[in-house]
Write a protein that binds this ligand. Structure first.
Ligand code: TGC
Length: 387
């Protein structure tokens, strides 16, 4: 019999044995390696780089890509892993997304054989780190207006410009940089030791502290002609990679929400006020029930989206549904969980406020709430509202 407190609708019965086994494996990794350390990583603003190879050996990097040492897992398995990792911390799941869904997926989808052979096996193993440079200081939601340019110099390319909020760039070995060319926006595979490339971590973040986001500067970065990704010209390239990351986020956000809910369920049963456990108060029960409703609904949304993806029937507009809904609900759940903890909830001793703070970044990157609302609005009305 399913435990109603943990899986009210018996969603586990919709998962295969292989999916449940994978979940147990990643959950153990999170329990052993992330939970005991996350408080100090968060407080000290440290990304645990020594976990990268471990995540590689667990098959978490590029896990849903095929060939070149990648995991070849299904979309649902990738989603389940994202959910477990983000129950630990959004910063760790973000690393896996940036590496696998953005940087590796750009090379896998649009790179030459040479790009794939050079970078993918090392990235899958966690020996090499990648980043994905799309956003700019003045082009966030509107990447079509990026200012970074790639000009031809004979058969070579020269890149100039700036990127902002780029995850992992200061520790990356390779950057996928999207830049305007006379033919349209193209992606470039840039080894980060190329002269003219520099990346600086953005300090004083109140969110995603166990992760690194950077400014990138590109000053006369000379690259060979072969550095351009041959498989795509135009924004369809980066957007196709964003689809992969946005898909993982809808699962991950439910992991953070579940962790916040579970943290306060135990607390509400133990903590006594006015002579009885918090869990016996009607207002607390309502908060807990609202959390269960939204976690179960959001998990079903993610699972159905994953099944559509594995069936090859998922449309980008459908990803917006889960990204928008699940992150929005997860923030509400984490904030509500914090209220059950009272004043104790504002320290790192408890996870909900840390998750809520992280989710402010998650709701903003890979398409804000507003962008996904308007993608859905366009899908159901047929009328674009962006311009
Ligand atoms: P539009 O100019 O009309 O379309 C451009 C081309 O792209 C195609 N397309 C897509 N293709 C695949 N998947 C999608 N989701 C796609 N969306 C659009 C489109 O078909 C067209 O192709 P073609 O061949 O006809 O040229 O653009 P739009 O009107 O569709 O889009 C407008 C809008 C606002 C939805 C879009 O600009 C958007 O999604 N903006 C949000 C951008 C965003 O999410 N930025 C965050 C990036 S995160 C980051 O850079 C940091 S990485 C994370 C980290 O490092 O931590």
């Amino acid at each position: 019999m399913t435990d109603l407190a943990t899986d009210y609708l018996d969603i586990d019965s919709l998962l295969t044995r292989q999916e449940i086994d994978l979940r147990s494996q990643i959950r153990r990794f999170v329990d052993d390696r992330i939970r005991p350390n996350i408080k100090s990583w968060y407080e000290d603003a440290v990304f645990p780089q020594d976990l990268v190879k471990e995540m590689g050996s667990l098959g978490l990097l590029g896990m849903h890509l095929k060939g070149y040492g990648c995991g070849g897992r299904t979309a649902v398995e990738y989603g389940i892993a994202a959910m477990e990792l983000e129950a630990g911390d959004s910063g760790i799941r973000t690393f896996v997304s940036v590496q696998g869904s953005l940087a590796m997926s750009a090379i896998s989808k649009f790179g030459s054989d040479e790009h794939k052979e050079r970078w993918l096996p090392g990235m899958a193993a966690g020996e090499l780190i990648g980043c994905f440079g799309l956003t700019e200081p003045t082009a966030g939601s509107d990447p079509a207006n990026m200012l970074t340019r790639a000009e031809r110099e004979g058969s070579d390319w020269v890149l100039n410009g700036a990127k902002r909020w780029i995850g992992l760039a200061s520790i990356a070995d390779v950057a996928i940089i999207w830049a305007g060319t006379e033919d349209g926006i193209r992606g470039f595979v840039v080894p980060t030791d190329t002269p003219g490339f520099s990346a600086t971590a953005i300090p004083e973040k109140l969110s995603m502290r166990a992760s690194i986001q950077c400014d990138i500067t590109l000053e006369d970065v000379h690259l060979p002609g072969s550095a351009a990704l041959p498989g795509v010209v135009g924004l369809r390239g980066p957007f196709s990679c964003l689809n992969e990351a946005r898909y993982g986020i809808m699962w991950g956000a439910m992991g953070a929400a579940r962790d916040a809910y579970q943290a306060v369920l135990g607390y509400a049963n133990q903590r006594t006020q006015f002579g009885k456990p918090l869990a016996s108060f009607q207002l607390t029960q309502q908060k807990l029930v609202d959390m269960v409703l939204e976690i179960q609904k959001g998990t079903l949304v993610a699972l159905q989206t994953g099944r559509l993806k594995d069936a090859g029937r998922l449309r980008p507009e459908q990803i917006s549904f889960g990204k928008l809904n699940n992150v929005r609900q997860a923030i509400e759940i984490c904030r509500s969980a914090r209220t059950i903890l009272g004043g104790n909830g504002i320290t790192l001793e408890h996870s909900p406020l840390r998750h809520a703070n992280n989710l402010e970044s998650v709701r903003t990157y890979e398409g804000t709430d507003e962008v996904h609302t308007l993608i859905m609005g366009r899908a159901i009305t047929g009328i674009p509202s962006f311009s």
